[in-house]
Design a protein around this ligand. Sequence first.
Ligand SMILES: Cc1ncc(COP(=O)(O)O)c(C=O)c1O
Length: 443
Amino acid sequence: MAVEAGLDAQRIQELDRQHVLHSWSVQSQITPLPVAGAEGRYFWDYDGKRYLDFASQLVNVNIGYQHPKVVAAIKEQADRLTTIGPPMAHETRSELARLIAEVTPGDLTMSFFTNGGAEANENAIKLARWYTGRHKIVARYRSYHGATAGAITATGDPRRWPAEPGIPGIVRALDPYTYRCPAGHPDPCPVCTGAPHLEEILQYEGPQNVAAVIMETIVGTNGVIVPPDGYLQAIREVCDRHGILLILDEVMAGFGRSGKWFACEHWDVVPDIMTVAKGINSGYVPLGAMVIREPLAEWVQDKYFAGGLTYSGHVLACAAAIASIEAFGEEGIVENSAAMGDVVADGLARLQEKHEAIGEIRGKGLFWGIELVRDRATREPLVPFNASGEAFAPVARIMKAAMERGLYLMTHWNVIMICPPLTITREELDEGLGILDEVLQEN
Ligand SMILES: Cc1ncc(COP(=O)(O)O)c(C=O)c1O
């Protein structure tokens, strides 16, 4: 066995094609870009071409690339201790758990660490069932909760289909998607206000059978859907009345993405269980967590917690998270997300005035979606639900044109996501929005 060193872009691509199985794609139809490096809000290829990342990769590199403080913390931890199993206590893990209790709202005080978001949701579902002694979980259609068995069953979008029938007991609810409201959006709307729709579902399912409602506080991949004011409070109230736990998935919305530490703070709602990952340490080392409120933490104290992962609370990941949270505080990164969010809001409003194809813009902080339509009056989407191949071509063209001009965009069917690292500057935002303007003009 000899290790090949100093691979060029072509060889990287060859090996990638032969040996790497990529997520959510038809392998023969993709050509992943070999990335040579990254810093701040940019990554670059082997020709030295730079790309401004308006997606933070998978909406996870919240702090930007190669933040020196986070890199140093990983190195320092690696020098001291690279790994220690979850049966032990370790200062890095303990300190991170304390910090999470500090930055999360209310009495969310205890963390079960995972390798990412799916496992956090998996454990949240398990704990909710165990705690309540009930088995049903209400989840929404326009959602993504991860790719493991339970999380993908709770997921509403078509990535769920190949995994079906999945785990039993998932009950589906509609989303407060005001632009395409499934109830026709009367005033007041039974779906978009939250309570009437949930109450109706509970009537049919029997509230005494429902362990939890799980939802993304702000829907991410499935269109950046921000709930109307009052929605989340109403869901919280219905859950409380029926002894149902509220699980808020803040894997994408959390850690400053929405302009506050956690999106639920926009509506002063504290979930019983919050799941986090991504922005917790920007993916420098994989990490997620299920964070639980005090009553749950107390309840679980003298019970046997039947959950575990070899890498739960991996010290390298925890060290990265501590440094990242500290940098968020020192550098005002959450505040920057809120301030730059206002710049994005203004910039997108101007684009909407100019481009007929923009049906709606929506978002908070640096978490925005641009919904593209064929016709503003009918709201016919630019590409259909679950579009791929030829049907997706109009949006694929926009992505490709942006990439050629050095702007990396993430799209989901007819929605372009604007989710840059939270450290982005005004100049960088202007650069990206300028490119977006050009490509919308030409495509
Ligand atoms: C809202 C949400 N929840 C859960 C997940 C799953 O996280 P992971 O891919 O780390 O398992 C994602 C990933 O995109 C997500 O966006």
